[in-house]
Design a protein around this ligand. Structure first.
Ligand code: 5AD
Ligand code: SF4
Length: 449
């Protein structure tokens, strides 16, 4: 690999947790080669974008940001004599060399499985006009690369990449390719390394972790991965994302049997209408989804559920939308990520005409938000006056005397720095907090001494 001594890079990361993980690897790999990270693009020789293309807004954001770099002056003492721009992640993978036609000031394009190629692409870009690798000449799983973790106490751990589900609205399977699972030994070895390193929380990642292992010899099950990673003694274990059609009773039972598996699950429903679920090719019904929720609550009565909902899928009627509203009401989620349908060329849903006016869809979206907020508020009330263990993540953006962290149910918790303790002492530790106030999006309280 080429040495990159003195090179300064600035990394912009959009999108999902997988991109956040990849971003930590890009950072670790470049720093290991002698480069250093800077926060502002004007101070950088190389600006890297790790992109998302799930919705159109993400494309527009990239185009805006890359174009605005055109007029940015070089930093004084720039080592390259020019500023390189690299685009990786989903848009890089989707567009390849074609991206340089849309955005001529881009020098390097790399794909979702080609992160390890970036150092040689940088070298190539300095001698040639184009430097592109979307062919997975890199490692596939970027996990073997060094990493600079955003938080020393938390680690993302990909167990699968790609997706085989082809939900009719979704571009991901076309971009990230077929589902590939990592061998169980690699996952366990990486987890053991994190435990030895003092990491407090591991989040297992995949587009659909529930279908882990189907491509591996002996078809190991996701529930076995949970057992093996939990057995390393990691204090907190989480995973995302779960497709409801593949969530097994075995995995559900792990919420009852594994004390370090946190009582929170993200289970994207997308819609509450069976007609729309069918058109989305989700391959479960509303009834099946509700049955999963019942089984999860039986295994773990206090489990916090979150979900993704798409409003305005082509052909969605008022009746369909009311089914979604009633599903959200019936489940009572802690958190719902709400999206307005975004047409993605190349997906089956993009071919469906939809006469529904934009205002009608926006109105549905606003009505959904009201129900979401009511439930988030109500669910948080259940923790009022209880004592919750909080993994401390940092100080509040608004007030440096207030610490913030996450409860087992993944709620944000704020509390004042206790007397005789410093922020540095508490960062990355788990402290008991007595909850005195419960709002829609956070809890607040005091550390129990
Ligand atoms: N339009 C709107 N939302 C989408 N998602 C995926 N594709 C689209 C699309 N075309 C949402 C889904 C998914 C989340 C990550 O993004 O809800 O679960
Ligand atoms: Fe997209 Fe569906 Fe795969 Fe999720 S499961 S990444 S929504 S195709």
């Amino acid at each position: 690999m080429p040495a990159l001594n003195g090179l300064r890079f600035c990394l912009h990361t959009f999108g999902c947790q997988m991109n956040k993980h990849d971003s930590e690897r890009v950072d670790g790999m470049l720093e290991a080669l002698g480069a250093s990270a800077v926060a502002a693009p004007e101070e950088a020789d190389l600006v890297i974008f790790l992109t998302c293309c799930v919705r159109e807004a993400a494309d527009e954001r990239l185009y805006g940001q890359v174009s605005s770099l055109r007029n940015l002056a070089l930093r004084p003492n720039s080592t390259l004599g020019r500023r390189l721009i690299a685009v990786g992640g989903c848009i890089g993978q989707r567009d390849g060399e074609g991206l340089m036609e849309t955005l001529p000031n881009v020098d390097i394009v790399f794909g979702t499985r080609s992160i390890a190629s970036l150092p040689s692409l940088i070298e190539e870009a300095l001698t040639k006009t184009t430097a592109v690798d979307i062919e997975a000449k890199g490692e596939g799983f970027s996990s073997a690369l060094p990493s600079v973790r955003e938080h020393q106490w938390a680690a993302w751990l990909p167990i699968t990449i790609g997706c085989d589900n082809f939900c009719s609205y979704c571009i991901v399977p076309y971009v990230r390719g077929r589902e590939t699972s990592r061998p169980m030994e690699d996952i366990v070895a990486e987890s053991e390394g994190y435990v030895a390193d003092g990491v407090q929380e591991i989040t297992l990642l995949g587009q659909n972790v529930n279908s882990y292992g189907r491509d591996l010899y002996g078809s190991p099950q996701f529930a076995e991965i949970l057992d093996a990673v939990a057995a390393t003694g990691i204090p907190r274990l989480r995973f995302a994302t779960s497709h409801p059609k593949d969530l097994t009773q075995e995995v559900i039972e792990r919420f009852a049997t594994l004390p370090n598996l946190m009582p929170a699950l993200h289970l994207p429903a997308q819609s509450g209408s069976n007609t729309i679920l069918k058109a989305m090719n989700r391959r479960y019904t509303r009834e099946h989804y509700l049955e999963l929720v019942r089984a999860l609550r039986e295994a773990c009565p206090d489990i916090a559920l979150s979900t993704d909902i798409i409003v305005g899928f082509p052909g969605e009627t008022e009746e369909d939308f009311l089914e979604t509203l009633s599903l959200v009401d019936e489940v009572g989620y802690h958190q719902v990520f709400t999206f307005i349908y975004s047409k993605r060329e190349g997906t089956p849903a993009a071919a469906i005409d939809d006469p529904t006016p934009r205002e009608v869809i926006q109105d549905r979206f606003d009505r959904l938000l009201k129900v979401v907020e009511r439930h988030a508020y109500e669910e948080n009330q259940k923790d009022l006056h209880s004592c919750v263990p909080v993994l401390v993540e940092g100080t509040s953006k608004k007030n440096k005397d207030i610490l913030t962290g996450k409860s087992p149910k993944n709620q944000t918790v704020h509390f004042p720095i206790p007397a005789h303790r410093s922020v540095d002492q508490l960062l990355g530790t788990i402290v008991p907090v007595s909850i005195e106030e419960a709002r829609t999006w956070y809890l607040s309280g005091r550390v129990v001494e």
